[in-house]
Design a protein around this ligand. Structure first.
Ligand SMILES: *Cc1c(COP(=O)(O)O)cnc(C)c1O
Length: 447
């Protein structure tokens, strides 16, 4: 499969290059040149298949031309060592719980899949004739740099943990990530180095961007990024939606002609994967993108104008995005047509006050504990479902990840799952760094 850039000015790439590079040379996002339709037979029998079996079929359709079938099977089954259940919350509203991965984040799937796919491609790279052999393996390693405000760092660090040939540097702002999140990437050791930057998230991101642009540093070590624009990170999220359809078919005894999927969205990678699934034939009637107060996409749907803004801080902070990077993919997927986009996706936007009220209402009415991100999804279905429609929203985070907020809003004591507790018992290790690029560069040059 070939991949083109959404900006149309970069050379066509193969999957290997798209995964290693992440972003195209013209700063556009890679798009597959074709989206294969899956056979009707697959959808007729999907409810008899497991999450892993479904995912392997979907993965083969995207990546089958470029990855050996046994290796791809291994990557999918290694990535999905957990389930992704659908739960009825209230009446015709269901939730797809995406938080059963190792760090309780839906990003676990893309992070692990990308780590294993990158490893597969690195192993294929034979040393070229005349290549300087320094004798130090470190220089042959691929180094992943990732800036995080919390969730991405933990998913990426855990996804890449123990994957040989790859070293990960997680840059995070000192004192600005929650204690639970910090434990998830500072206690791992092995091939994961946590770098605590004396600054804010934007400083971390600037350090990473500067590192990619520094010629001397790139000569010294092989650098790549693992953020959500990478095709290997966002596409595997399509697995979730095929699984949701299968599980809903079971629950509704095949009466699935009016299914609506609602995705709490920030950078729009997750919903974009769902839309790719739809293009592959997944029978979902329509989609809702639920936003917090960062309403850039919502406004685009209303006006046809895409106007990025600085992000606003909200209770659902993983969705605090003022210029969603995957908008470019959605725009491209539908031929830049506002009419096509609004025919398949609608929007919703909620303030922090709305989110709190929704969490309380849902808890009182059903006992289900929403996290602030999932709350946007639930409310968008409550507000937007039409008669005879059945809605499924993604619960994108386990409520314990936002324990302080959830406890305060609902007046309860959310139980912390054993998996999270285990991280909190680990020994924190990090490298202190200033926000000055010269310091960061000196540090990397010594690695
Ligand atoms: C990353 C994240 C989102 C937003 O997902 P996008 O793919 O960026 O739209 C929503 N909720 C949670 C909890 C997240 O971590």
């Amino acid at each position: 499969m070939k991949y083109y850039s959404t900006n149309g000015k970069a050379p066509i790439a193969d999957l290997h290059k798209a995964v290693v590079k992440g972003l195209a040379e013209d700063r556009g996002l890679y798009m597959p040149e074709r989206i294969n339709k899956l056979p009707q037979d697959f959808f007729n029998n999907i409810e008899k298949m497991s999450f892993q079996e479904i995912a392997y079929t979907v993965a083969s359709s995207f990546f089958g031309e470029d990855v050996d079938p046994d290796a791809l099977h291994d990557i999918v089954y290694d990535t999905l060592q957990f389930d992704c259940p659908v739960v009825n919350v209230k009446d015709n509203i269901y939730t797809l719980e995406l938080f059963h991965g190792p760090t309780l984040a839906f990003k676990d799937v893309g992070a692990r899949f990308m780590a294993r796919l990158l490893q597969y491609f690195i192993k294929q790279e034979r040393p070229r004739v005349g290549e300087r052999s320094s004798g130090m393996n470190k220089h042959k390693e691929v180094n992943v740099l990732v800036a995080t405000s919390g969730d991405t760092g933990s998913a990426v660090a855990n996804g890449f943990l123990g994957v040989d040939g790859i070293h990960v540097y997680v840059l995070y702002p000192k004192g600005k990530v929650s204690p639970i999140q910090e434990c998830q990437f500072t206690t791992l050791g092995k091939n994961i180095t946590a770098i605590e930057v004396d600054g804010v998230f934007d400083d971390c991101q600037a350090l990473v961007k500067n590192a990619f642009m520094d010629a001397e540093l790139n000569e010294h070590m092989k650098l790549t990024s693992a953020n959500s624009i990478n095709v290997a990170r966002f596409l595997p999220q399509a697995f979730y939606y095929f699984n949701a359809y299968a599980r809903m078919k079971e629950k509704l005894s095949n009466h699935t002609s009016n299914l609506v999927m609602c995705v709490p969205s920030g950078n729009f990678g997750n919903i974009c994967a769902a839309l790719f699934g739809h293009e592959m034939g997944l029978p979902i009637k329509r989609f809702i993108a639920a936003n917090n107060a960062n309403d850039i996409f919502y406004k685009y749907l209303q006006t046809g104008k895409y106007e990025p803004k600085p992000s606003k801080q909200t209770l659902a902070n993983a969705m605090d995005v003022g210029d969603p990077s995957n908008f470019a993919r959605i725009y491209d997927l539908y031929g830049k047509s506002h009419e096509k986009i609004t025919s398949i996706i609608s929007g919703a936007t909620y303030t922090d006050e709305d989110i709190k009220q929704t969490m309380r209402e849902c808890y009182e009415a059903s006992g289900y504990i929403l996290d602030p991100h999932g709350a946007c999804g639930y409310q968008a279905l409550k507000d937007g479902l039409k008669d005879a429609e059945v809605g499924v929203f993604c619960e994108t985070a386990h409520p314990a990840k936002f324990k302080e907020k959830v406890d305060e809003i609902l007046g309860i004591d959310v139980e912390i799952p054993e998996r999270l507790e285990a991280f909190m018992r680990g020994q924190k290790q990090s490298v202190a760094m200033t926000k000055d690029f010269a310091d960061f560069k000196t540090y990397l040059m010594k690695q």
